[in-house]
Design a protein around this ligand. Structure first.
Ligand SMILES: *[C@@H]1O[C@H](CO)[C@@H](O)[C@H](O)[C@H]1NC(C)=O
Ligand SMILES: *[C@@H]1O[C@H](CO)[C@@H](O)[C@H](O)[C@H]1NC(C)=O
Ligand SMILES: *[C@@H]1O[C@H](CO)[C@@H](O)[C@H](O)[C@H]1NC(C)=O
Length: 629
């Protein structure tokens, strides 16, 4: 396994997949790839009569602008409006202290004040628990490994690791980071315990039946955590099961992922595939299956992708292979990111809040200030027209082993560093160059890969790499020297790819004057506040569209000539169109977003509101704990 081009049969499939992606781009519709495959001939013939291809990116960018303008314009302007909006959306009164939170937003010019749907979804299941139960579970879950408590008593916060006793220097940076975030308003808060996940991975996966029929689960946690979990909690899987197995139980019983589960314990029905053949099946699909339009030019990032409906894709996602055992019970655990299906409660990552050399744009570690412009920043016109990525081989654990080559970063590196393939890919290019007249061109893969400079810098967890451990991993992937964060600013495109969890570089990338491409399956605290195709370019899990993205913004003379060789067009056709200016718009919008909505104080506003919601769940009388305005 490993090499994208190792099997001829796979090559054909890859070609099919990429053509399908192009057709999806052309049609810009969510539909079955097989169906779009049939329409290819129609598209080709229409482009050969020289009307050109209607490129979807201009529309995606326009729609993104419209959507974001509407979001900003509809935010409540007064406390009264905000209360009404809250009641309309969530069918209850806001929590006590809402007026003080509102004042905090006003004082700090917080722009986004109504968009908290994800936070409410995170908290919703806990409204079914009594406040006693809520309080007990909050403390109890901190008995499990890698969960620390941020404890508020009498308006003062400290970090506690219950297992080891009291204040613990061993507590995680995530808990310490959360404590700093709540300091500006902790005096306003009642006594509370926040269980903070010390890991980057999500922790809570509750079976679907238990979500829909809570009466099937233990309601009363007074018997202790082992009673709730049905035995002693072993931190890692030890071959017992896996994150994927736990995740599948969160899917509806009728979903494809659950049908597969039944198949492993019962008879296979025709057309079903046993678990152990799933990876082979995904490989046969060219490691980059396009199950539906969802995986192509979609409006949102992949954090809404349904692994329940497309279980075969799970082998491409490292987080399903984490060695850490998930928790199948409704416990409140605060985490920096979560993939679909997880029931953790989202908080901002401490990496975004703190200032570090590794992640913070403009950080001057000597003077301990964040500069408006990073010392390594480069003027737009001097930035290289390349998609740049450097990073470690993180991407998941090894439970079960044997899948590392499929993880998101490994696939990306192999795809983008293939310089020996003799295959072409169909790419939509502007011909004549610099116009809006788009045609399809057959471009050799090695040519396309000259637009991308991506490499691993560090091999971690490679001893488990199938077929030869670290040496095999090094052989099959491009490696280069590590670079400082500010080396990134020399490139127009920065792609951000999930690692073991969310990628902590995103905020730093946004702050820079480069355009950010993002590939993720994670939800984060800001997911509702940022607009794909305005502030960044969303990239799907199979990366198939990156060549078309590049070619739209930066495709120049050389691509036009390749197109012209087979399908010549006169130099007079089409209207002038400057892709580079469009790309720069995204870079600027991302930077502006970080300066106005992705600030530290916006993270504080988020966490402030989160604390109020959480305090109400803890309150003996939740009506009493609501805002009376
Ligand atoms: C749980 O509640 C559902 C209806 O809400 C009911 O049909 C079912 O019998 C209950 N199960 C138990 C174990 O009480
Ligand atoms: C690749 O495309 C070029 C035209 O751009 C064509 O001449 C060549 O035959 C193609 N190669 C393959 C392997 O399809
Ligand atoms: C494409 O071919 C046409 C016809 O030969 C020519 O007029 C035009 O200049 C060519 N365009 C490019 C970009 O080479």
């Amino acid at each position: 396994m490993g090499n994208l081009n190792s099997a001829p049969r796979r090559r054909v499939l890859i070609a099919l997949v990429s053509l399908t992606a192009v057709v999806l781009i052309i049609l810009n519709r969510r539909q079955n790839p097989d169906a779009s495959w049939f329409s290819l001939s129609a598209i080709s013939s229409s482009s050969s009569v020289d009307r050109g291809i209607a490129h979807p990116i201009p529309q995606l960018m326009l729609d993104a602008q419209t959507k974001f303008r509407a979001l900003v314009a509809r935010q409540s302007q007064t406390l009264d409006q905000a209360v009404r909006e809250y009641k309309k959306r969530y069918k209850r009164a806001p929590p006590q202290g809402f007026d003080k939170w509102w004042k905090f937003c006003e004082e700090h010019d917080v722009k986004v004040r109504d968009e908290y749907d994800q936070m409410m979804r995170d908290f919703e299941p806990f409204f079914a628990l009594s406040s006693d139960e809520m309080r007990r579970r909050s403390e109890q879950v901190a008995l499990l490994p890698s969960i620390d408590l941020v404890r508020i008593r009498n308006g003062d916060a400290k970090v506690v690791n219950i297992q080891n006793g009291f204040d613990d220097s061993e507590v995680s940076a995530r808990a310490r980071g959360f404590k700093v975030m709540i300091e500006p308003f902790m005096k306003e808060l009642p006594d509370l315990d926040f269980p903070i996940n010390a890991k980057a991975e999500g922790r809570i996966l509750i079976p679907w039946e238990h979500v829909h029929y809570p009466n099937m689960t233990k309601q009363d946690s007074s018997g202790g955590v082992e009673d709730m979990l049905g035995g002693k909690f072993i931190p890692d899987w030890r071959g017992d099961s896996s994150v994927w197995e736990a995740f599948r139980r969160t899917c509806p019983p009728t979903s494809a992922a659950r049908r597969l589960y039944s198949a492993t314990v019962a008879q296979l029905e025709s057309g079903q595939i046993p678990m152990n053949l799933l990876s082979a099946q995904a490989e046969a699909r060219g490691k980059a299956p396009v199950p539906s339009g969802d995986f192509s030019f979609q409006e949102d990032t992949d954090d809404h992708f349904s692994f329940c409906d497309h279980p075969e894709i799970h082998v491409q996602q490292g987080h399903f292979f984490s060695d850490w055992r998930t928790i199948p019970v409704l416990y409140p655990v605060f985490s920096p990111a979560k993939a679909p299906g997880f029931a953790d409660i989202l908080i901002p990552s401490h990496y975004y809040y703190a200032s570090t050399k590794r992640y913070t744009y403009g950080w001057d570690p000597v003077r301990e200030v964040i500069k408006e412009t990073d010392d390594g920043e480069v003027r737009w016109n001097r930035k290289k027209d390349l998609i740049f990525w450097r990073g470690a081989t993180t991407g998941g654990g090894s439970s079960p082993p044997g899948f590392i080559a499929h993880y998101q970063r490994h696939r990306f590196i192999r795809m983008t560093s293939d310089v020996t393939s003799d295959k072409n890919r169909t790419v939509v290019v502007a011909n004549p160059p610099g116009t809006n007249h788009y045609v399809a061109a057959q471009v050799p893969i090695p040519t396309l890969n000259t637009f991308i400079d991506a490499a691993f810098t560090k091999a971690v967890g490679c001893s488990a790499y199938p077929g030869g451990g670290c040496e095999a991993m090094r052989r099959e992937h491009r490696f280069a020297d590590a670079v400082l964060l500010n080396e990134h600013w020399k490139y127009k495109y920065l792609i951000d790819v999930d690692g073991m969890g969310y990628s902590a570089r995103f905020m730093g990338f946004l702050a820079s004057e480069s355009a950010v491409m993002k590939n993720t399956v994670y939800l984060e605290y800001f997911s509702e506040w940022i607009q794909p195709w305005l502030h960044f370019i969303p990239v799907s899990q199979n990366y198939q569209e990156i060549y078309n993205i590049y070619s739209y913004f930066s495709g120049g003379e050389s691509l036009a000539q390749i197109a012209n060789a087979t399908n010549p067009v006169p130099p007079t056709i089409g209207r002038k169109h400057d892709g580079d200016t469009q790309l720069r718009l995204i870079a600027k919008a991302g930077r502006q977003w970080k300066k106005t909505i992705g600030r530290k104080v916006d993270m504080e506003a988020y966490v402030y509101r989160l604390c109020l919601e959480y305090a109400r769940l803890w309150a003996d009388d939740r009506d009493e704990g609501s805002f009376k305005g």
